[in-house]
Write a protein that binds this ligand. Sequence first.
Ligand SMILES: Cc1cc2nc3c(=O)[nH]c(=O)nc-3n(C[C@H](O)[C@H](O)[C@H](O)COP(=O)(O)OP(=O)(O)OC[C@H]3O[C@@H](n4cnc5c(N)ncnc54)[C@H](O)[C@@H]3O)c2cc1C
Length: 350
Amino acid sequence: MKTSNGIKIIENYDLVKLNTFGVFANAQFFIEINNEDDLKELFSCPEFKDNKKLFLGGGSNVLFTKDFNGIVILNKLKGIEILDENLDYVFIKSMGGEKWHDLVSFTVDRGYWGIENLSLIPGTVGAAPVQNIGAYGVEIKDILENIETYDIEKGEKKVFKKEECEFGYRDSIFKNKLKNKYFIFAVTLKLNKKVNPNVSYKVLQEYLEKNKIEVKSSKDISDVVVAIRKSKLPDPVLIGNAGSFFKNVYVNKQTFEKLILKYPDLSFFEEDGMIKIPAGWLIEKCGPIENGVSWKGYRKGNVGVHKRQALVIVNYGGATGEEIKNFSEEIINSVYYKFGLKLEREVNLI
Ligand SMILES: Cc1cc2nc3c(=O)[nH]c(=O)nc-3n(C[C@H](O)[C@H](O)[C@H](O)COP(=O)(O)OP(=O)(O)OC[C@H]3O[C@@H](n4cnc5c(N)ncnc54)[C@H](O)[C@@H]3O)c2cc1C
């Protein structure tokens, strides 16, 4: 189907290649946005105005549990530019459809510091603020200057400053109050020009020491992060997954004290007055009740928990989104049954 001015809206579109879980789902309507004019034109189309909307980047943080009864808008807006710089900082604007790791490469190749710890996170720049992507001791909020969006009801531009985004752990205003209300079309980052490594994260530190690597550039850190991630995380090209399926759990001191009395081997980290309990540890310590085995490496039909990463649910091939959702429900219930803690999904159920 073509609209009058040429943007192409397709009916009944197969989304299997557009989500890293590789589950089958159809979109009632589908459009790929390649420039801002496409977007502006889309706002006046009835297929857009009259239907439920889903903005999609790399599909690496979504689980389609059924067909999408509305319009899916695939973000392909490209372009990275240096907006401004002074002696200390550089301001880089990236369009939302750029691949996140391409932006990381752009910055480390020029010697800028700030997002090297976030190397190799799949997906697009536009989706990165939605869950405040984070890894190896850094979150996008740490270096974010502003976000340019379109209000999808009014079709008007709005710039969000960092303070307005209500960032939290794998969270932002765009994942909550303003979910699906704004399209993020560009992101500006404020990066350091002076040497500013962040190697506080234990795994990173250990790798650098073990391999006797002296950090001289942000590219050095990026290379290390890439190597660690490749050794630890399953590649969605080889096996369907969406990275960490669940969020880590934060508890207060009181809850923590009760837990540690009962489970002296409890894994935990202290962060800003709260205690973080790795969800992967909790999952590993639980299992399907009837079997008495751990979830880690456990497979049920086409779905399973990855053998090296208890946080990652994988699609061995042919699993439906519903099957994966139900499997995740079983994990949530078993963790709650044993520890009294409610796991939250990091992945967006659609
Ligand atoms: C192997 C693997 C490892 C991962 N590791 C990490 C990690 O270390 N840290 C981490 O934080 N995440 C990680 N993730 C999760 C994922 O990569 C990030 O959440 C990423 O930012 C998702 O980008 P995407 O473009 O694929 O988003 P999508 O999956 O396409 O979308 C995610 C959500 O954002 C919304 N959205 C997407 N684009 C826009 C837009 N332009 N405007 C408004 N809303 C939008 C969607 O509607 C959806 O709700 C990992 C995933 C995988 C598969």
